[in-house]
Ligand binder design. Structure first.
Ligand SMILES: NC(=O)c1ccc[n+]([C@@H]2O[C@H](COP(=O)([O-])OP(=O)(O)OC[C@H]3O[C@@H](n4cnc5c(N)ncnc54)[C@H](OP(=O)(O)O)[C@@H]3O)[C@@H](O)[C@H]2O)c1
Length: 314
């Protein structure tokens, strides 16, 4: 089971990634050292990475940082099946490479990405069970699986006497599809902890960007899928809720809304100032009425526009 006390974690896609996230230009290793130290100081110990992030550099950076601390971290990384992964040994080799980059003997959580080619769900369930039997991993999670894929994996995996600890999946105020496509309900019924990828909609929910002022670099295209005509009114509502909660900003409101749903957000963090803000995710709570207001605003495609007078001048 995923540890119940972990309510919040850190994503690491941007750690070392030059192509999409501008590592080495907008921020660098010193920033990540500061982010890591700050998170540890604030009690955060869950870090999620992937063998595919920055061609393994995200795992390498996390491994180096982890090797320098005495704090007992909870580290998750991902198995990403490839077309040329044909046998169980290919799975084991990928796992061993991740362990080497992370400087670990054993991995707390191994998350499996959706099946590709001969790496079917059944084969991955077998491989994961073998890795558990060998003591190379402690728990198994899934990443980016649909409800149907989770169901199929669960059936195959339970034959080995094992259960799924967690699911990583996109979830934020601009993408609530898991609430309606059966994923969340299935996870709840199987006691699978849901971990929210892209909790800030790649930055769109921070209020820094919109279609007029998009982010720089290759992230722009991916991020624009989160742009909706109702973004402005949502951000102003979030800003208002933040002001009512001792001056929290939009990013903090976006993360706290997820926290209030019992889902574990893992924001990508590049700088110390972002870490200071994000680390507060689970240390406050917006009111049920505020959660409900955000639910209403984002649960419909034609968002009702509240009265202008309800909002402070931005
Ligand atoms: N396929 C996969 O395995 C997969 C896919 C997607 C995500 N994920 C996981 O989910 C994690 C989170 O998703 P994500 O990193 O794509 O997006 P995200 O967490 O929604 O957004 C992260 C970005 O928002 C900005 N930001 C973060 N904190 C902020 C703050 N307090 N104030 C203002 N801006 C802030 C930063 O970018 P700027 O400073 O540049 O604005 C940061 O890089 C990833 O790191 C990864 O671990 C996994």
């Amino acid at each position: 089971m995923f540890p119940a006390e972990i309510k919040f974690g850190s994503g690491t896609w941007a750690w070392g990634d030059r192509l999409l996230w501008e590592y080495g230009r907008e921020y660098g290793r010193e920033d990540l050292n500061a982010v890591f130290q700050r998170y540890l100081n604030d009690g955060l110990r869950f870090f999620s990475t992937s063998s595919s992030f920055a061609e393994g550099d995200s795992e390498r950076i996390l491994g180096e940082l982890n090797a320098r601390t005495q704090v007992d971290l909870l580290i998750a990384t991902k198995y990403v099946p490839r077309l040329w992964h044909l046998r169980r040994s290919d799975f084991m080799e990928a796992l061993k490479q991740s362990l080497t980059r992370l400087q670990l003997q054993k991995l707390e959580i191994y998350e499996l990405c959706p099946p590709v080619g001969r790496m079917t769900i059944q084969r991955m369930a077998e491989c994961a069970a073998e890795a558990l039997d060998l003591g190379l991993i402690e728990q198994v999670g899934l990443s980016g699986y649909t409800a149907q894929q989770i169901d199929t994996f669960n059936e195959a995996f339970s034959r080995f006497g094992y259960s799924i600890a967690c699911l990583e999946t996109p979830y934020n105020l601009l993408d609530r599809s898991i609430e309606t496509d059966g994923t969340l309900a299935l996870c709840r019924s199987l006691n699978i902890t849901v971990i929210a990828q892209q909790p800030l909609a790649m930055g769109m929910l921070t209020g820094k960007y919109d279609s007029e002022a998009p982010s720089s670099g290759s992230r722009r295209q991916m991020m624009l899928r989160y742009h909706t005509p109702s973004l402005d009114i949502l951000l102003r509502t979030m800003n208002h809720i933040g002001l009512e909660n001792n001056g929290k900003n939009c990013a903090q409101v976006a993360l706290n809304w997820i926290y209030n749903k019992g889902i574990v957000p893992i924001p990508g963090t590049k700088t110390l100032s972002q870490a200071i803000e994000n680390a507060q995710t689970a240390s406050w709570s917006m009111s049920p009425e505020q959660v409900s207001l955000l639910d209403t605003l984002t649960g419909k495609t034609d968002v009702p526009v509240p009265d202008e007078a309800d909002f402070p001048a931005s």
